[in-house]
Design a protein around this ligand. Structure first.
Ligand code: PDD
Length: 285
């Protein structure tokens, strides 16, 4: 069955899902996006994703394509049309179509496109084996708090990880880990504290991060929002990442050094389980 895409108010087959060559998302990466999880046919924490979308748009003075309730009903219709029970919903808003000019065009109308990708998220073999990561320099721009589609630097990082035979890369700036190529990064210290970089323009405020830090505190863990070095990470008892597509995913090896015995540790396992159970029980975390 061919997938249905959403393009500016229309539900169309993939071959008819088209955007102009003059779209500013294409020419300038002048576009923002969100990736929401679909579990048991429902969107997880979608309100929080729409809130972050509104913030990204506002930081770039980009007009919303339509009110949130219209976006939400289009999302639900797309899930229904594509009959996705587990996977991801991708949503992108660009500033729209205009002749190429660096300054924002006055007349452009924001465009909205969406599609779904079916994917097994719950039964991930990597959750059992753990991820291996390498460290790389963070080559991204300085407003990583805005979820823009300008993703070439993280894409280069992910490819460097593939070329090195590992799963992902952690990006380092001024000697400190910022985040993974498409996820937030955490360590669990020897005294069982959960440490992750504080929010700011250097990293994306992950929707999964907010939920997982809340669950961690509820479970009695001390959360330290401070950056860490790769050396600290290599000496940590555990490490993990979070994102909408991976939930909580254990990291067991950094730059070739195993953490502990090189298998997923109890804290990462517990937080993954709590996240999944809560997501399956409640759509808003
Ligand atoms: N990436 N940091 C970066 C740089 C990201 O690209 C993402 C998400 C996150 C985690 O955010 P959240 O928990 O809201 O998914 C952190 C998505 C999944 C992607 O680009 O596919």
């Amino acid at each position: 069955m061919s997938r249905t895409f959403y393009v500016n108010g229309e539900f169309v087959a993939e071959e008819n899902a088209k955007i102009s060559v003059l779209d500013r998302g294409f020419l300038f990466a002048d576009a923002v996006y969100e990736v929401s999880t679909i579990l048991a046919g429902k969107l997880i924490d979608n309100k929080a994703h729409l809130k972050r979308l509104a913030r990204s748009l506002s930081e770039l003075s980009m007009a919303p394509p339509c009110p949130d309730d219209e976006i939400q009903s289009a999302q639900l219709k797309l899930l229904e049309l594509n009959e996705v029970s587990e996977g991801l919903l991708y949503l992108q808003v660009s500033r729209g179509v205009a002749d190429r000019d660096f300054a924002y065009p006055k007349e452009a109308k924001s465009s909205l496109v969406m599609f779904t990708q079916a994917k097994n998220l719950l039964k991930s073999p990597m959750a059992e084996s753990g991820m291996h990561v390498i460290s790389i320099p963070d080559l991204r721009w300085k407003r990583r708090d805005i979820k823009t589609v300008g993703l070439l630097a993280p894409s280069m990082g992910k490819q460097a990880a593939m070329d090195a035979g590992v799963h992902d890369a952690w990006m380092v700036e001024d000697g400190l880990v910022t985040e993974g190529t498409s996820n937030n990064a955490y360590i669990v210290t020897a005294d069982k504290k959960i440490q992750t970089r504080h929010l700011g323009s250097e990293i994306l405020s992950g929707i999964t991060r907010t939920a997982v830090l809340k669950f961690a505190k509820e479970a009695g863990y001390t959360v330290v929002e401070e950056p860490f070095t790769i050396e600290q990470a290599r000496q940590a008892s555990e490490a993990f990442i979070t994102s909408a597509s991976t939930f909580v995913m254990p990291v067991v090896n950094i730059d070739g050094v195993n953490l502990g015995d090189g298998t997923p540790g109890p804290v990462s396992r517990q937080l993954r389980q709590v996240y999944i159970e809560t997501a399956l029980a409640h759509q808003d975390l």
